[in-house]
Design a protein around this ligand. Structure first.
Ligand SMILES: [Zn+2]
Length: 250
C-alpha cells in the first residue's frame, strides 16, 4: 500500500500541516495574540483577553501544536472573536470554528469533555426594560476602566443576586453575574440596576480574602470601594422598599 504513494507529495503535505502558530500569525500580520502550549490542558483550549492591553492569550494542549493549519487558523479566529461585548451575537461563528477543532480532537481519538451543559453565550440578558449586558458594559466603563469580563443573566429568585465562576463546555473558567428578578420590573430606576451590578462586579475586582482562617467576602476594601457608587443611598432605600413589598415583611 505504501509503495503507491508519491513521496514528494507526502513531504509537501507534512510541511503544510507543520505550520506553527507563530508562522500562521505572522503570515496574517496578527500581533495581539500569544499562543502558549500548556501541559496542564488535556483536551480543551481556552483564551483570555486583557481588556487593558488588548492582548489575547490562547492556551492550547500539546497535541494541538501538530494540528493541521486549518485547525490552528480556526483557533486563531476563535481567539479573535473574544470580546466582553454582545457575547450572544458570536454564537454561530464561534460554534462553526469550535466544530473544526472538535473534529480534529475526535480524529485523534480524544473525546472532548462534555460535563458542562452551559454555553456562557446562551444566557438571557434582555429584561423588561434593561439589557444586563448593556448595564454591565456601562458600569464597566464608568468604574472599572472596562477592565472586567463576565457573563450576566437574570436570576429566577426575586431577591438573590450573586457572582460566581463557572466552567464552559471546553473547560475554560468564566465569571457569571446573576441579577435578582426583583430588578426586572418596569418601574426599576436605572441607578438601582447599575448599583446592584456594581456590587456584583466589585466581587470580581475585589475577590474574597482570608482573615483568621475565614473567607471575608465584604471586607474593608470592598466596603470602601462600594461607597464610591454615587447613588448608593438612593439604591438602598429603593431596595428596602421593594423587598418589603416582595417579602411582605415589616
Ligand atoms: Zn456581595
Amino acid at each position: 500500500m505504501t509503495g503507491m504513494r508519491e513521496p514528494c507529495v507526502q513531504t509537501e503535505l507534512d510541511l503544510f500541516a507543520a505550520s506553527t502558530f507563530e508562522e500562521l500569525l505572522s503570515a496574517r500580520q496578527i500581533t495581539d495574540i500569544t499562543v502558549t502550549v500548556t501541559r496542564r490542558l488535556r483536551r480543551g483550549w481556552h483564551a483570555t483577553l486583557n481588556h487593558h492591553t488588548g492582548m489575547r492569550s490562547l492556551h492550547v494542549p500539546a497535541f494541538l501544536e501538530t494540528a493541521p493549519a486549518e485547525v490552528k487558523q480556526a483557533l486563531i479566529d476563535w481567539t479573535l472573536l473574544l470580546s466582553h461585548r454582545t457575547p450572544r451575537a458570536r454564537t454561530a461563528q464561534c460554534r462553526t470554528l469550535e466544530r473544526t477543532v472538535f473534529a480534529f480532537i475526535k480524529s485523534q481519538g480524544l473525546e472532548t469533555r462534555n460535563r458542562m451543559s452551559a454555553d456562557p453565550r446562551a444566557y438571557v440578558t434582555r429584561g423588561r426594560i434593561f439589557d444586563l449586558a448593556e448595564i454591565f458594559d456601562a458600569v464597566n466603563k464608568a468604574f472599572f476602566e472596562g477592565g472586567l469580563s463576565s457573563f450576566v443573566r437574570w436570576g429566577r429568585h426575586p431577591l438573590r443576586s450573586f457572582q460566581s465562576t463557572r466552567t464552559d463546555t471546553i473547560g475554560a473558567a468564566y465569571n457569571l453575574i446573576t441579577i435578582a428578578s426583583m430588578y426586572n420590573r418596569p418601574d426599576v430606576p436605572r441607578y438601582a440596576i447599575e448599583a446592584i451590578m456594581y456590587h456584583e462586579m466589585l466581587h470580581i475586582a475585589c475577590p474574597p480574602t482570608i482573615a483568621g482562617g475565614r473567607n471575608v467576602i465584604h471586607g474593608q476594601e470592598f466596603k470602601r470601594r462600594e461607597r464610591l457608587f454615587p447613588r448608593r443611598e438612593e439604591w438602598l432605600a429603593w431596595e428596602k422598599r421593594i423587598c418589603k413589598h416582595i417579602t411582605r415583611r415589616g
